[in-house]
Design a binder for this molecule. Structure first.
Ligand SMILES: Nc1nc(=O)c2c([nH]1)NC[C@@H]1CN(c3ccc(C(=O)N[C@@H](CCC(=O)O)C(=O)O)cc3)C=[N+]21
Length: 288
């Protein structure tokens, strides 16, 4: 029997824990604060930002959405970020990606206080993750949520082989680091890999984040594998689907995450969790 890794259900459980932690902080007079900066009016970005804002409200997190015009200058955008850096009511700052053309996303990420970097995109936090440093720091929410999904299976990861298909800064690279930190052997490839199938068929854990609809078919997976689909693609009918042909691989694998209802809800739940983490850590991180 194949296990469907139900991201919606896992997100619900995680959000319940987060809500309890928010209540405990409230008893100390603390309210976690999240500032979401969105530049321009891209409908998909507005949709994501709205769902984060709604979830934060449900959990008792103080979420501020700051929508700025696409015509804003780089200097003015940096000034907005810096103002949140020194705002004691804000514990997490998120700049919705992608930024409109003409704005330098790297410079904006670099301007975020690493102690308020709720996306885990700042190079200081990326460096900590890649060095597997001890201590408290934020990491990228999608791969952190995927680690929670893998833990829910209660299958030992140590010594097993993970293959990550995708090398983005948001998913592929930090995912590989987290799996390596979990004592797995890790192979990173991407949609240009000419030997893709030779690699993916050796994966005990296969994480696919390419944006290529149904890139992974039945012949591309190892029997009994755990498959995590990070794709958010539209099929010919405009329906949301993943990078894995779910129906084709289903009977062959041990466990698989669906799209929708898999990684997406866990990304948002992990963002909420990490906002509360940053609030709890704020004394030691020196931003209060
Ligand atoms: N600074 C920044 N941080 C982000 O975390 C970030 C970002 N920029 N830019 C865009 C991506 C995308 N993203 C998603 C989160 C949840 C779902 C999600 O919950 N999806 C639902 C389906 C939603 C639908 O039906 O369209 C699901 O998979 O079940 C999707 C996409 C966060 N992102």
């Amino acid at each position: 029997m194949t296990t469907i890794i139900d991201g919606k259900q896992l997100a619900k459980a995680l959000n319940a824990q987060t809500k309890t932690r928010v209540a405990a902080l409230a008893a100390q007079g603390k309210v976690p604060g999240l500032a979401v900066i969105i530049v321009g009016t891209d409908p998909a970005s507005e949709l994501y930002v709205r769902s984060k804002h709604r979830k934060a409200g449900q959990l008792g997190i103080n979420s501020i959405v700051r929508q700025l015009p696409a015509t804003i200058s780089q200097a003015d955008l940096l000034a907005v970020v810096r103002a949140y850096n020194v705002d004691p009511t804000i514990h997490g700052i998120l700049v919705q990606s992608p930024l409109p053309n003409g704005l330098d996303e790297t410079a904006v990420i670099n301007a975020i206080d690493p102690g308020k970097d709720v996306d885990g995109f700042h190079p200081v936090n990326v460096g900590r993750l890649f060095k597997n440093l001890p201590g408290h720091y934020p990491v990228s929410c999608t791969p952190r949520g995927i680690m929670t999904m893998l833990e829910s299976l209660q299958t030992p990861l140590r010594g097993k082989h993970a293959v990550v298909v995708g090398r983005s800064n948001i998913v592929g690279r930090p995912m590989a680091a987290m799996l390596l930190n979990a004592d797995m052997s890790v192979t990173i490839t991407h949609k240009y890999g000419s030997n893709l199938r030779a690699l993916t068929t050796t994966a005990d854990v296969l994480v696919v984040a390419t944006g290529v609809t149904h890139l992974i078919k039945e012949a591309d997976v190892k029997p009994g594998a755990i498959v995590i689909d990070v794709g958010m693609d539209r099929d010919a009918d405009g329906k949301l689907t993943g990078d894995v042909d779910f129906d084709a691989v289903f009977d062959k694998v041990h466990a698989i995450s669906p799209v929708p209802g898999g990684v997406g809800p866990m990304t948002i739940a992990t963002l909420m969790r990490q906002t509360v983490d940053l609030c709890e850590w704020s004394d030691e991180l020196g931003n209060e």
